[in-house]
Design a protein around this ligand. Sequence first.
Ligand SMILES: Cc1cc2nc3c(=O)[nH]c(=O)nc-3n(C[C@H](O)[C@H](O)[C@H](O)COP(=O)(O)OP(=O)(O)OC[C@H]3O[C@@H](n4cnc5c(N)ncnc54)[C@H](O)[C@@H]3O)c2cc1C
Ligand code: SF4
Ligand code: SF4
Length: 479
Amino acid sequence: MSYVITQNCCNDASCVVVCPVGCIHPTPDEPGFGTAEMLYIDPDTCIDCGACADACPVDAILPDNKLNADDQWYRDTSAAYYQDNPQPPAWQPRTPPSVVRVSADGLRVAVVGSGAAGYYAAKELLRHPGVHVDMYERLAVPHGLIRYGVAPDHPATKSVASQFRWTPGQQKRFQLHLGVEVGAHVSHDDLLRDHHAVIYAHGAGGERRLGIPGEDLPGVVGAMSFVGWYNGHPDHVGLAPDLSGRRAVVIGNGNVALDLARILSADPDALADTDIAKPALDALRRSGIDEVVIVGRRGPEHAAFTTPELYALTRIPGLDVIVDPAEVPSGEGRKLDLLRDLAAKAPTPGNKRIVLRFNLSPAEIVGADVVTGIRLSNGELLETGLILRSIGFRGSAIDGVPFDPDTATIPTVDGRVVPGVYATGWIKRGSTGGIGTNRTCAEKTVASLLADYEAGRLTAPVRAVNRRLRLWPVRSRGA
Ligand SMILES: Cc1cc2nc3c(=O)[nH]c(=O)nc-3n(C[C@H](O)[C@H](O)[C@H](O)COP(=O)(O)OP(=O)(O)OC[C@H]3O[C@@H](n4cnc5c(N)ncnc54)[C@H](O)[C@@H]3O)c2cc1C
Ligand code: SF4
Ligand code: SF4
């Protein structure tokens, strides 16, 4: 027997640290980690101790004798990974993480944003006794895209937030300030005055645009708005998209595009037990959409969605995933194998359909007052009343903090902007990487911050943060 990692994996590498024989790859120290679709257990080396399964925050790891028929695919995928990577770098036992000596006055850090990156940064900071963290979140509820982005039919992924709990000792050193927008209610200079350092982790809440005629017509909806609508995000609850047509078109083919297509095609009864927003569930019950076309700029071998997410889509009862055989090139790899299998399947009459199209980009959105169709780069016109734009997200600038408008990120070297100012997560890297990727990212940023503290490069705060809290009408709580 061995253990197997399945679809829910969000690459946070919690399992890597606890595995006594180092048989989970790629590790964060290995070159393939940043681009890995998920992590894989080497079945020949695994000693079945189960430590990884206990450590996994999203219950992605199962013993192979508990896999159901659908999950066998993940076992084969792991085996294929170790066939392609037969000699992973020799495993080095990990040295216990060091603890920084903090002076009696403490080290005060402000973290801006309570998404995955902000919480991983706080978690890493609170490991060091004497470090105090003030986390600022513009919304009334923490956890960013874990709460408002991850699709409601992925509850195991949402449960990753449950690891952000503190020991009683850490709890006394952590303060969460909800409803405080940095840049509006409190400035960068305020935070610097009150803390030794500020970590920006405010994500990428804006949308990249297509830049084609017709993009502003009613009926074109950004992915962030649409997922915010079905997840009950306060900025998007009133969206009311028109679902009366038979076809929706999604531009972009990353995992978010698959989420959009899956939710649009889902059986509303299957969504009813999730935390989907009620107005969205009611609208989906009335929806006429039975086909979602996903249009991707690149060819199938370079499609942005991950293979496990595509595989999961193919296991949904009552749903066909349609691929044109002529579009799938020859070549090896799990993604192409899966696409070839799909291309060989005949659609089932009466099923809903998700159609994957490749090597195409949108040329023009058509319609007088509302969207009636979209013209593609090959001249083809797809009739539709709903176009979802899912081509990536953009971070936003905060006054006084360096910002690169081209990449819509805060430029850093190892997470450091200058001593005292840092960034992590999507505002540092751009909108790529799953939840767990932000853990390694945040740990690197915190390492830079602590190195600056130990080298005496940080300026002590001039105001006590509690005094300021009495002045501002903010909600504040400890976890
Ligand atoms: C639709 C969608 C679905 C996804 N699904 C998955 C999935 O299933 N699995 C997976 O592994 N990854 C998924 N991801 C990726 C994952 O969500 C990101 O890797 C992660 O959320 C990035 O974390 P972050 O902390 O940088 O940003 P965010 O999670 O966006 O957190 C940023 C936080 O900062 C707050 N904020 C913004 N501006 C300010 C300000 N000025 N002051 C104070 N607070 C502010 C925001 O309200 C937010 O709470 C998904 C992403 C999207 C967009
Ligand atoms: S079961 Fe034990 S040996 Fe096997 S991968 Fe998990 S932690 Fe490693
Ligand atoms: S989610 Fe984390 S702990 Fe679970 S399998 Fe993936 S990398 Fe390992």
